[in-house]
Design a binder for this molecule. Sequence first.
Ligand code: FES
Length: 152
Amino acid sequence: MNTDQERDDDDDDDDYLDNDDDDYADDEWPLSRLQKEMVAVAWVNELAEGQFKQVEVNGQAFIIAEAHGLIYALADQCGHEDYPLSYGCIHGDTIKCSLHGSRFDLLTGFPLDEPAELPVPVYRVVVGFDRVWIDPREPVDPEEYYHEVKGY
Ligand code: FES
């Protein structure tokens, strides 16, 4: 599992968000870095297995989804046409567009079915301090991110 995504269940962090660099989501993500590079978009307990939530950051819509213990962030736009993926539903590790039925891998954004041919942009997720943080500035490289999250 991606260590960025390990849930932070340490009760010592209940007084979080006090800008104390001793507080870490994990080794690479002290609170100060999270606040500088990421945006908190949801409380962890707002999500549940197989469900998603639409969030907006600076006018851009994202989908935050949970599947098999991981949390994913994708642009809320189908890779086929200009249509919100948030009208669709989660199927396992994919999200299915409700207009023409293409499914997209939640981790890479790659389409698994026609008619979509283009991937959906995916964004980095870090879970820490009871929140889900995303980096909305630019999508990740899906192949690199896949290996990073899977750990191989
Ligand atoms: S608009 Fe999503 S599959 Fe066509």
